[in-house]
Design a protein around this ligand. Structure first.
Ligand code: ADP
Ligand code: TRP
Length: 340
């Protein structure tokens, strides 16, 4: 278990990811590999948050393709559908149903203060979808319905987990029950919390960056990976021996962070190996490490993509198991509210 693991025992894990196309190294190191690591610690429920993706309009065929692509990427990266419960959110109606029940508990003021809502709705609050506003309540339902101990998420999701705790506590208090367990966020855990663009160490690696050179895609071939790393922006100084030496050097810090996450080491360990060396020496080793990590994932992804029926069978089995796990909590919530 990683050193930064929270002290509360891990008894059940839940997390979701929005099905977006064009997966990249940031998604892998920041989200997916973190899940893979948790599978041996406790029973895990992992889902594709297709209902959350409704907060923005996407054509149906694109959404369908994205869901399958993300499911294939999760399995290719090491999520084992026999071990973890892997499913699509909309196939388990208890998520949407509990969301509605929790809408009675969540306060307008709480949701108005969510950073994601403020950022994404921007100056056009009138034109934003209700789903974007209510997004954190659905996320609370996703979590609370399984009564997990931990929710592995990126740094940007911390506020949503805190809101989930607030909703759980208020529901329990209002209804005088001990139903919902306020969950712990689990951030970090040996994988990179934030992978930055290869062209700008201050911007997040993202599928929406117009430059393809800024990111490494899960489907990039070995030569493309090597070339993107070779051309990645750096500075002329050698690598320092201590982490503080990376202060003010965002590109250097990013490449060291990527190397650490890709080879499952600490950044300090990476610096111990490369202190005093320049990027001419570092980059080829980094490219090799990334190719060693990504090539097997890519070939499994290509295989899984070609068999939609097998993929759908995994998801349908996962949904069945998730429905069974969610049913008692939903029934208890209805009872606590006096629904017949
Ligand atoms: P994008 O920023 O490319 O649009 P998404 O917002 O769809 O990516 O993110 C999907 C998942 O991947 C989320 O869990 C998010 O926290 C994680 N993620 C995305 N980009 C990064 C990154 N650059 N570093 C770390 N994690 C990331
Ligand atoms: N909002 C999360 C993200 O953008 C995805 C998500 C939806 C989620 N429901 C969840 C994460 C429940 C953890 C638990 O990354």
């Amino acid at each position: 278990m990683p050193a930064d693991f929270p002290s509360v025992p891990v008894t059940r894990v839940v997390s979701g990811i929005q099905p977006t196309g064009n997966l990249h190294l940031g998604n892998l190191l920041g989200a997916i590999l973190r899940w893979v690591k948790m599978q041996d610690d406790a029973p895990c429920f992992f889902f594709l948050a297709d209902l959350h993706s409704l907060s923005e309009h996407v054509p149906a065929e694109v959404r369908r393709a994205n869901i399958r692509e993300m499911a294939a990427a999760l399995i290719a990266s090491g999520i084992d559908p026999a071990k973890s419960v892997l499913f699509v959110q909309s196939a388990v109606p208890a998520h949407a149903e509990l969301c509605w029940l929790l809408n009675g508990t969540a306060r307008m003021g709480w949701l108005s203060r969510m950073t994601q809502w403020k950022d994404k709705s921007g100056k056009n609050k009138e034109g934003a979808s209700v789903a974007l506003f209510d997004y954190p309540v659905l996320q609370a339902a996703d979590i609370l319905v399984y009564r997990p101990s931990h929710v592995p998420v990126g740094e940007d999701q911390k506020q949503h987990i805190e809101l989930t705790r607030d909703i759980a506590i208020k529901f329990n208090t209002d209804c005088d029950v001990d139903l919902f367990i306020p969950p712990e966020p689990y951030i970090g855990g040996g994988t990179a919390a934030r992978v930055m663009s290869l062209r700008d160490g201050t911007a997040k690696m993202s599928k929406s960056d117009p430059s393809d050179m800024s990111r490494i895609n899960l489907i990039d071939d070995d030569d493309t990976i090597a070339s993107k790393i070779r051309k990645a922006r750096t500075d002329p100084d050698p690598l320092p021996s201590e982490l503080e030496g990376l202060d003010g050097r965002p590109e250097a810090r990013n490449l060291v962070g990527i190397m650490a996450a890709a080879t499952d080491r600490s950044e300090q360990d990476v610096l111990r190996d490369f202190a005093g060396q320049g990027f001419g020496a570092f980059k080829p080793v980094l490219a090799d490490a990334l190719i060693a990590l990504l090539a097997p994932i890519r070939s499994r992804l290509v295989e899984l993509r070609s068999d939609a029926a097998a993929l759908d069978a995994h998801l349908s089995d996962g949904a069945q198991r998730a429905r069974e796990a969610a049913a008692p909590t939903l029934a208890a919530a209805k009872q606590a509210l006096g629904l017949l």
